[in-house]
Write a protein that binds this ligand. Structure first.
Ligand code: PLP
Length: 470
């Protein structure tokens, strides 16, 4: 399998060439040259597989430059009961007639990002060892992504993580999760400023090409193709659990922000998994709901971006969205470049022509939005009716799934985080605290490892240079 860019760079690249990369050199995103199609016999054979085996079967269709025995071992080491809390890895739970929750949040940081990031940690270590190289991951986080990256990379050979976060602005639980890590290759840097200051520093350091090359700076953001690929697996796993035969169809409802999670659903559907509809749920930051209703994609200004009680979906633009639009446009790279390059820069958005937008429904997409009041009501209703506590992001998914579900439709809502991470809103909804998993009880009292620094890129660069020698 070779990879190409959504903006027209068709230099054929193998998987490991793009594994450690962010954007393609022309500013586009990497996609496989074609989606492998799964025939009926293969789908039947996959039905009985363990999660790690299923991951191997799917990954090997996209990865031909890692020997099969090595890839198998990477999958086996990643998707274990010890790391994800159950043999099923992503168990399914019914919450109403025809409505299921697929648990994706039982990994080390209690959010679905572990599903991909844990694999990425093992892939990075493998590929860096093979090349005899090192990588220094620099990132900015306001919570979920940073902790998932740190738990994936901790103790990995050849990798260091420098994670910037706004000093004092993460929840005590999130701080404890990250700052209690004692691994020598993990560096927490609390910046005196807000999240945007952290992001600006990452940008400034990444734009210093000389520094970037010299210290081998990389990232693990959600545009990474390997992360997206790892997420394709749980759509298959959810389908097999919700159905008895491969003649049945299901729909998925996905709490969405940067369009990474649901883009993996799009890929699974393109491969031939019998998915009827992909139901995209946003919170008050409804960039994507607006697009799927109208064909207009309009990036929001910072002042227009709301701080909500489902904060991991508080986005102003959706960084993976270009991948879907490229497919929607019949893979017209010239038009994709025009829209995501010139038009976004000039107008802050674009509107597709009626002919361009019409096929969107054929890709299964529908959308909806949810508000703080909806979240509170959904968390309360699901708790009272089923005894299941759901987090605020998952509640957005359940709300929109319930609104959109057709009679007889089997709908799987992806659970993207555990309620323990968002205790304040849970208290507001049902008047009691969520229980953190046993392994994390008392985590707030562990010793913390963190360096506080001014919002200054040069200072961060000095810190990195000083800590890059073993
Ligand atoms: C990251 C995240 C999302 C959004 O996922 P995307 O892939 O960005 O669409 C939703 N919920 C939670 C809890 C997350 O951490």
């Amino acid at each position: 399998m070779k990879y190409l860019s959504t903006r027209g760079d068709a230099t054929p690249r193998a998987f490991c060439e793009i594994l450690l990369e962010g954007l393609a050199p022309d500013g586009g995103l990497y996609l496989p040259a074609a989606y492998p199609k799964i025939d009926a016999a293969t789908l039947q054979r996959w039905r009985g597989l363990r999660y790690a085996e299923l991951a191997f079967e799917i990954l090997k269709l996209y990865i031909d430059d890692i020997p099969a025995v090595d890839l198998k071992s990477l999958c086996d080491r990643t998707y274990t009961e010890a790391v994800f809390g159950s043999a099923a890895i992503t168990p399914l739970k019914p919450i109403a007639e025809g409505l299921y929750l697929e648990a994706l949040s039982n990994g080390p940081t209690l959010a679905f990002k572990d599903m991909a990031m844990q694999l990425l940690g093992n892939l990075f270590e493998y590929e860096l060892a093979r090349r005899g190289e090192q990588l220094n991951i620099l990132g900015a986080t306001s919570g979920d992504t940073g902790s998932a990256a740190e738990y994936a990379m901790r103790g990995k050979r050849g990798v260091r993580v420098f994670m910037l976060s706004p000093n004092g602005r993460m929840s005590p639980f999130q701080q404890a999760q990250m700052f209690s890590l004692q691994d020598a290759n993990i560096h927490n840097i609390a910046i005196e400023g807000v999240f945007d200051d952290c992001q600006d520093i990452v940008k400034a350091v990444s734009n210093d090409l000389e520094f970037k090359r010299r210290w081998r700076i990389g990232t693990v953001n959600s545009i990474n193709w390997a992360r997206l690929l790892a997420q394709v697996v749980y759509y298959f796993a959810g389908y097999f659990q919700a159905t008895k035969t491969n003649h049945e169809r299901v729909s998925f409802a996905v709490p969405s922000g940067n369009f990474g999670n649901i883009c993996a659903g799009h890929v699974a559907r393109m491969m031939g998994l019998p998915i009827d509809r992909l139901v995209l749920a946003t919170n008050e930051n409804d960039v994507l709901d607006e697009f799927f209703r109208t064909g207009t994609y309009r990036v929001r200004a910072a002042a227009e971006t709301h701080e909500t009680s489902s904060p991991s979906m508080d986005i102003s633009k959706a960084s993976n969205f270009e991948r879907f639009v490229f497919d929607l446009l019949g893979r017209d790279a010239t038009r994709t470049r025009e829209l995501f390059g010139a038009a976004l820069a000039r107008d802050g958005g674009f509107t597709l022509t009626a002919a361009e937008f019409a096929p969107a429904a054929g890709f299964g997409f529908v959308s909806g939005r949810s508000t703080h009041a909806d979240r509170l009501a959904t968390i309360k209703r699901v708790w009272e009716q089923t005894g299941t506590m759901v987090d605020t992001h998952t509640a957005d998914g359940i709300q929109v799934a319930t609104e959109r579900r057709l009679p007889g439709e089997t709908m799987i809502v992806l659970e993207t985080a555990l309620p323990a991470k968002f205790a304040a809103t849970i208290r507001e909804a049902i008047g009691r605290d969520p229980e953190p998993p046993a392994a994390l009880r008392g985590i707030e009292r562990l010793p913390k490892r963190c360096t506080v620094m001014a919002a200054d890129a040069a200072g961060v660069q000095r810190y990195i240079a000083e800590h890059c020698v073993d």
